[in-house]
Ligand binder design. Structure first.
Ligand code: P6P
Length: 351
């Protein structure tokens, strides 16, 4: 990834620092003609927010930020205290930097304007501040998901139109997973890279360079509790994966955390397929396009995988609203292709 040694230190000398996220982003910027440093500044703000949220999540059980606030968000879900805290931290870290013209969040019904006192930048940031909030109180991995676009309006305060762009237009996407370790995974379309937080240093260090999803995996990830609502195509697909008719003749294992970030992170590193399909109860599924499915689809495709709604590429869906839901099949490209075939016409995997 780094083609030369621009450092003044003799080539081949040991690198005691290692690749911090800052250094990685600055090195990337060095190779982009005319780069203004705006993207770098936005990314540093997101990373700061991730470090602050990681710190609060780590001591949530002690600091009484567990438990619901009683507020119900636009999704109709009870907002956990950490959800609110994470949302506010992200907005505060980004709003004053002059890198964005508008933001949008799972927790906010409408767009989040940049306060009039602050300069407006050329980027748009959309996020799910704390995905998996139902798992907060039981100490299961949760995460922050973010998506970055360029604005489409000319200047001044950004609008909803700046947010409602297809996923193919994303400049970058990523997530921060607060698990056994805290990791930030991102892509600008040129490879997917993972950074692990060293809590003693307070910095993310490159730990997973150029992540690639295997063409096929050995696990499927779906909420089997929804089986009674599944369409015949999804039911036939899952029943095939659980039988000797599965690709390779060995039944797939089931892994389901109930946090998209955790289920996707495992799928990204080990392959396999995650699905939150549309069903008879919820034809569009549960997951939101702008700040869950589109950023994960951007990462999946950048890592050699795939992401489909069952009807087409997730990245090609043009959003009709900030909180639009879409069905999601994502992970190893051959496993996703099988799922789509079943959903569309019930063909057996691999035929
Ligand atoms: P279910 C978490 O609430 C979330 O939005 C995603 O992170 C996760 O994949 C999904 O919902 C889990 O939904 O219906 O299986 O509990």
């Amino acid at each position: 990834m780094i083609s030369s040694n621009p450092s003044s230190i003799a080539p081949g000398a040991p690198d005691e620092l290692g690749w911090t996220l800052d250094r990685h982003i600055l090195e990337r910027q060095r190779h982009i003609p005319g780069a203004s440093g705006d993207f770098t500044g936005l990314f540093q703000s997101i990373a700061l927010a991730g470090r602050v949220i990681a710190s609060r999540v780590a001591k949530a059980g002690l600091a009484d930020v567990l438990g619901a606030t009683g507020v119900v968000n636009v999704q109709g879900e009870t907002v956990q205290k950490l959800d609110t805290l994470a949302n506010n931290v992200l907005v505060r870290c980004v709003e004053a930097g002059g890198h964005v013209c508008v933001m949008a969040s799972e927790e906010n019904d409408e767009i989040i304007p940049v306060p009039p006192a602050y300069p407006k930048g050329k980027y748009v940031l959309m996020f799910d501040p704390l995905d998996g909030s139902s798992n907060i109180d039981v100490n299961v991995s949760i995460g922050t998901i973010f998506s970055i676009h360029r604005r489409v309006t000319a200047a001044g305060p950004g609008t909803e139109a700046d947010c409602l762009q297809a996923g193919t237009e994303q400049v970058a996407a990523g997530y921060i997973i607060y698990g056994s370790s805290t990791m930030l995974v991102y892509s600008t379309g040129d490879g997917v890279h993972g950074f692990t937080l060293d809590p003693l240093v307070g910095e993310f260090f490159l730990s997973h360079e150029n992540i690639r999803i295997p063409a096929r995996g050995a696990t499927y990830s779906i909420n089997e509790g929804n089986r009674m609502h599944w369409t015949p195509g999804v039911t036939a697909w899952i029943d095939t994966l659980k039988s000797e008719r599965a690709p390779g003749g060995k039944p797939y294992g089931l892994r389901y955390v109930g946090t998209l970030v955790a289920d996707f992170h495992r799928t990204l590193l080990r392959g396999g397929v995650f699905a939150y399909p549309g069903d008879r109860k919820s034809p569009d599924g549960k997951l939101r396009l702008l700040y869950e499915c589109a950023p994960m689809a951007f990462l999946a495709e950048a890592a050699g995988g795939a992401a489909s709604t069952g009807a087409g590429r997730v990245l090609e869906v043009v959003p009709g609203g900030l909180h639009q839901r879409v069905p999601l099949f994502i992970g190893s490209k051959d496993d996703v292709a099988d799922a789509v075939r079943f959903v569309q016409d019930g063909a057996a995997p691999g035929t």
